[in-house]
Design a protein around this ligand. Structure first.
Ligand SMILES: Cc1cc2nc3c(=O)[nH]c(=O)nc-3n(C[C@H](O)[C@H](O)[C@H](O)COP(=O)(O)O)c2cc1C
Length: 158
């Protein structure tokens, strides 16, 4: 028996998490936070986060609690890092790419741009076209101006 939705996300400064928590509240989905367990100081992390993402490096992540293949729909949320997905999300997809449900959805958060290349990279890595993608600007999340767009998206897709 399949459960309906699993939402997997990574968030360093809680912006992508805010969207994840909203989707969890509305859809009652299961949720899994991916944590980059490689220890780095804040400043060192900031310098390396962009470089590691653009070099398509992998990292160490926490043990996951939910098997994505137990679900009908998998939503993956990531911040944009140097025009691609966060390293922790790249690692999650790499470790689970043979285990994904047939319906996947991507969302990303970003300052201004990079969503298209991020979604292309995620599609390529999953070897599967998402049924939907949606992007949010950091400032619309900070100002709580994302719920209307998100509600429309959830009503149309889930
Ligand atoms: C190292 C680094 C690289 C980033 N690269 C981009 C980028 O290419 N395009 C963009 O619009 N925002 C970029 N951002 C901004 C983040 O995507 C944005 O602040 C995001 O909402 C943070 O999400 P989080 O709080 O969930 O980690 C970057 C941020 C960092 C720290």
């Amino acid at each position: 028996m399949y459960k309906k939705i699993l939402l997997v996300y990574y968030s360093r400064t809680w912006i992508t998490r805010k969207v994840a928590q909203y989707i969890e509240k509305v859809t009652k989905c299961d949720i899994e936070e991916i944590i980059d367990t490689k220890s780095r100081s804040w400043i060192f992390w900031y310098i390396l986060a962009g470089r590691d993402a653009s070099l398509k490096k992998l990292t160490k992540i926490n043990n996951i609690q939910h098997n994505p293949s137990d679900y009908q729909i998998l939503i993956i949320g990531t911040p944009v890092r140097d025009f691609t997905m966060a390293t922790a999300i790249r690692t999650y997809i790499s470790q689970n790419k043979n285990n994904l449900p047939s319906k996947i959805i991507f969302y990303c958060t970003m300052w201004s741009g990079g969503d298209r290349s991020t979604f292309q990279d995620m599609t390529h890595l999953c070897a599967q076209t998402p049924i939907w993608t949606i992007q949010f600007k950091t400032k619309e999340i900070i100002k709580n101006q994302f719920s209307q767009k998100l509600n429309k998206f959830l009503t149309n897709t889930i």
